[in-house]
Design a protein around this ligand. Structure first.
Ligand code: IPE
Ligand code: IPE
Ligand code: MG
Length: 244
């Protein structure tokens, strides 16, 4: 069976790419080297998604809280993001990947903001895969800025508080317009959300693996898809209801 004909394929996969630092420490290398090694599985995931027909992939690259890491590590990560964009964007574009960034982009250096805008513009018409990269992203930040948009509309008289619905709030979030997140993969062994997609993970299936991010392979991505395919999603209903 070809992968695209597979049953129960998630439409939207999110990944918390954790474990770069421990991977590097185990080799006596710098944390920066660990982050650099983490680019390999990013390419693998993009490849796996385009190959199998997954519509959207959202990668957690740098959280709101990661700003509190040592300045040298933050700087090395920011340089790596610029370098990776410069190097990968042509190939992503050629593969038909639409790249978008989610998060507080105003907090990023102008140099990086420029690369982000250019990458988004260059790939805007692509449809093979919607790739979201979460940079300076926090689920609480996302919800706060969505709430702020609604508050502005209420203050201007364009919206009544009683007309605020889940759909309206959701439309102000960063992932608005994309399919629901079906599957969250977290590498590195921790089983927590770390302020990732608080709203969007409402009914996601969760796949945790001790594999450190730089060691993540296509086989492990496949294992996560198999895990997902084996889940019975009930969305609050009973098993009997879902079966009928
Ligand atoms: C994930 O790896 C990358 C970022 C958070 C930027 P870590 O850097 O958190 O790696 P560990 O968890 O220390 O091993
Ligand atoms: C989560 O990893 C954020 C990213 C992978 C970008 P962290 O390493 O920052 O998470 P905590 O601090 O262990 O919860
Ligand atoms: Mg970590």
């Amino acid at each position: 069976m070809v992968a695209s004909a597979r049953k129960n394929l998630p439409r939207h996969v999110a990944v918390t790419m954790d474990g770069n630092g421990r991977w590097a420490a185990a080799r006596g290398e710098t944390r920066a080297a660990g982050h650099r090694a983490g680019l390999v599985p990013v390419r693998i995931c993009v490849e796996e998604c385009t190959r199998s027909g997954i519509e959207a992939l959202t990668l957690f690259a740098f959280s709101s809280e990661n700003w509190s890491r040592p300045a040298a590590e933050v700087a090395s990560l920011m340089s790596l993001f610029v370098e990776a964009l410069d190097r990968e964007i042509a190939e992503l574009g050629a593969k038909g990947v639409r790249v978008r960034f989610i998060g507080a982009r105003q907090s990023l250096a102008m140099r990086l903001q420029g690369r982000i805008a250019a990458a988004e513009q260059r790939t805007a018409a692509n449809r093979a895969l919607h790739l979201q990269i979460a940079l300076s992203y926090g689920g609480r930040w996302d919800l706060t800025q969505a709430a702020r948009k609604l508050a502005r509309e209420c203050a201007s008289g364009a919206l009544r508080p009683e007309d605020i619905t889940e759909a309206r709030l959701g439309s102000g979030l960063e992932l608005a317009g994309l399919p629901e997140v079906d599957l969250l993969i977290r590498t590195g062994g921790e089983q927590r959300i770390s302020n990732f997609l608080l709203w969007d993970l409402a009914y996601a299936e969760l796949y945790f693996t001790p594999t450190l991010w730089p060691d993540f392979t296509a086989q492990e991505f496949e294992r996560a898809l198999e895990y997902f395919a084996g889940r019975e999603r009930r969305f609050g209903q009973t098993q009997a209801q879902r079966a009928s």
